[in-house]
Design a protein around this ligand. Structure first.
Ligand code: GLU
Length: 308
């Protein structure tokens, strides 16, 4: 086997347009951007618009505008997952050809009876693994999971492992409603965009073993992972559209960038910044992933969580 050619650092920020960007989104964006730029790496912006029924009108269009206001500069054009059908289909065909996926006829009601696993999701009971029950039609496609423990070292959270079959089971790659599953899309896009470093919120930590399993099955290179703590509000809930997190304000981005920087445990700036560009010029050379505290959730400063 020839030695692998090192791939240039490529990071990405991949928000879903289910609502406006909020402080929690900014934390993930700041961490991935600072990590990429401090290593002279590329940084990509990908809009994860896989699920039209969950999309909020106007959200996707607002992302580049808001990120520009916060001084982020991405490389190359935006990638919309809604344009990537052919790539996802090709990946599914490859997996089908190798019998690594199987059709599943189970209904939601049937699956809701399955026990919960350690990843806080229902574990697929294997019903259609050996073939569809007589007279039943395929609804979704599932990845056939081996009895393996997937292990990786997260740059923030340390060594991780998951017994995929026991904790998750055969997982969906194409949903019963015909939409592509996040797990498949993210792996195909990270592969095709040459992503070497995934820096994102720790709410996705339990998805990573599924993604690593898929990368291996597709023969895709494995990126490094860093999962930064997610911001929670005073009730301990992750900031999100559901918890009515305030959209990022457009009037004083430096102040919010500073709060995200502090949330990430980074060196406290002594100076004031009058523009995001000034903040980034100061921040990028000082970024230190080792300062990000290990832990999956931290409370955001109240003013930030509830809207400035
Ligand atoms: N689209 C996902 C989200 O908004 C992030 C996916 C990822 O970073 O892998 O939560």
């Amino acid at each position: 086997m020839s030695a692998a050619v090192p791939r240039p650092y490529t990071g990405r920020f991949a928000p879903s347009p289910t609502g406006p960007l909020h402080f929690g989104s900014l934390v993930a964006a700041v961490a991935s951007y600072a990590d990429a730029r401090s290593r002279a790496g590329r940084w990509l912006l990908r809009i994860e618009d896989l699920d039209p029924p969950r999309e909020q009108p106007g959200a996707a269009a607002s992302f580049p505008r808001v990120l520009e206001r916060y001084g982020f500069a991405w490389d190359g054009p935006l990638l919309h997952q809604s344009t990537r059908n052919a790539a996802y289909r090709a990946a599914l065909e490859q997996l089908r050809g190798e019998e690594k996926v199987f059709p599943c006829a189970c209904s939601r009601a049937q699956l809701e009876k399955a026990p919960m696993g350690a990843a806080s999701e229902r574990v697929y009971p294997g019903t259609c693994r050996a073939g569809l029950p007589p007279g039943r039609a395929a609804r979704s496609w599932r990845m056939r999971v081996d009895a393996v423990t997937v292990a990786f070292i997260d740059r923030v959270q340390g060594p991780q492992h998951q017994d995929l079959l026991r904790d998750v089971g055969d997982f969906v790659v194409r949903r019963a409603d015909g939409l592509w599953a996040y797990q498949l899309a993210v792996v195909v896009d990270d592969r095709d965009q040459g992503v070497t470093d995934v820096v994102r919120g720790a709410d996705l930590l339990s998805s990573t073993p599924r993604q690593i399993f898929l990368q291996r099955q597709l023969g895709a290179p494995l990126p490094r992972y860093a999962h930064v703590p997610v911001a929670v509000n005073t009730a301990g809930e992750k900031l999100s559209k559901q918890t009515r997190a305030a959209p990022l304000p457009m009037d004083d981005p430096q102040a919010v960038l500073r709060a995200a920087w502090r949330f990430l445990g980074q060196e406290e700036p002594m100076e004031d910044f009058t523009t995001p560009a000034e903040f980034w010029a100061w921040a990028i050379p000082r970024w230190d992933m080792r300062r990000v505290q290990c832990g999956t959730a931290w409370r955001a400063e109240p003013g930030v969580a509830l809207g400035l």
